[in-house]
Write a protein that binds this ligand. Structure first.
Ligand code: RIB
Ligand code: CA
Length: 311
């Protein structure tokens, strides 16, 4: 039986790759793709979710949730990495979908329809998840599993020396989710940044005769250029597809049960994820954290998944 999944995303080129993988994986039933502001604005994230689904044209159409504009103006975005539109300036046309429900309502509906059976894969800031739990705290215990791409375990951040982007964008939401009773798995930057899509792998991507191949070849070049210019990397990180692989191929990861929290103040530590590594920890363990990854295995699994998506 396919696993019911909600993808909560802020597309984002790497989000788009994760969406393509999930929509065609027979082990998953993507019941909804919900947009959240992060890499790009709320409006652009919602537009990008629609564009990705229309470009991919999957066999089963998921529900789409509209990102709600955050109460506070975003401190940051990632257009420098993913382009002004978040998808490598591809400017995909989008059919104007009317009556899109807000992401938190879509997530709430899907959890209530299938208590304890929905896995949420959070690949952007945790704004929507926190909103769902704030509105109905009982839902936190009705989520089957929450897989989060975000934070750092021991390594440096990316958007600041202390913080990873998804957590930094909404640290208050992240703290509420970390402290919630949900079954949580964190795939931190320490792990996802060990997996790099190098140029030599590009010819293994599906070709232009497929919808997934056309999408990938439209959006990935921008990401490769940005990674070279910004990080001196001969390739591109695929943070979100790596987090999805933690759900699909758990044997490629090792996790440890930890006690974690999020810094919600601090001039230089805002958004830092902090874990109680003391010899006699005082904090209550609340999250499983990926601590190692078979990078070659994950890249191979991503390439297999994209080939499968192109069939
Ligand atoms: O720090 C990496 C995360 O930030 C990824 O989810 C990427 O899409 C951006 O949202
Ligand atoms: Ca993302």
């Amino acid at each position: 039986m396919a696993r019911k999944v909600i993808l909560d995303v802020d597309p984002g080129i790497d989000d788009a790759v994760a969406v393509a993988l999930a929509l065609f994986d027979p082990r998953l039933e993507v019941v909804a793709i919900t947009a959240v502001a992060g890499n790009v604005s709320a409006e652009q994230a919602t537009r990008n979710v629609q564009a990705i689904v229309e470009q991919i044209d999957p066999p089963r159409l998921p529900r789409i949730g509209a990102a709600v504009r955050p109460e506070r103006d975003p401190l940051v975005d990632a257009r420098h990495v993913y382009g002004a539109d978040g998808l490598g300036n591809s400017d995909f046309p989008v059919a104007e979908l009317h009556h899109l429900h807000p992401s938190d309502k879509v997530i709430t509906d899907e959890i209530r329809q299938a208590p304890d059976s929905v896995t949420i894969v959070a690949l952007g800031p945790l704004t929507n998840i926190a909103t769902v739990f704030r509105r109905d705290p009982s839902l936190a215990e009705q989520v089957g599993q929450l897989v989060i791409m975000g934070g750092t375990y021991r390594g440096p951040g990316n958007i600041t020396p202390a913080a990873e982007f998804n957590i930094y964008c909404d640290p208050v939401a992240a703290r509420e989710v970390f402290r919630s009773k949900t079954t949580k798995t964190l795939i931190p930057l320490d792990i996802t940044s060990q997996v790099v899509m190098t140029f030599d792998l590009l010819d293994q991507l599906p070709d232009e005769s497929t919808s997934v191949g056309r999408l990938l070849r439209r959006i990935l070049p921008y990401s490769f250029r940005a990674h070279r210019q910004l990080f001196g990397l001969e390739g591109a990180y695929l943070h979100d597809p790596v987090a999805l692989m933690a759900l699909l191929e758990p044997a490629l990861f090792e996790t440890e049960r930890m006690a974690g929290d999020v810094e919600v103040q601090g001039e230089i530590t805002l958004g830092a994820t902090v874990f109680d590594h003391r010899p006699a920890p005082q904090w209550r363990p609340n999250i499983d954290v990926a601590t190692s990854v078979d990078s070659a295995g994950v890249i191979a699994a991503i390439l297999r998944g994209l080939k499968q998506a192109a069939q």
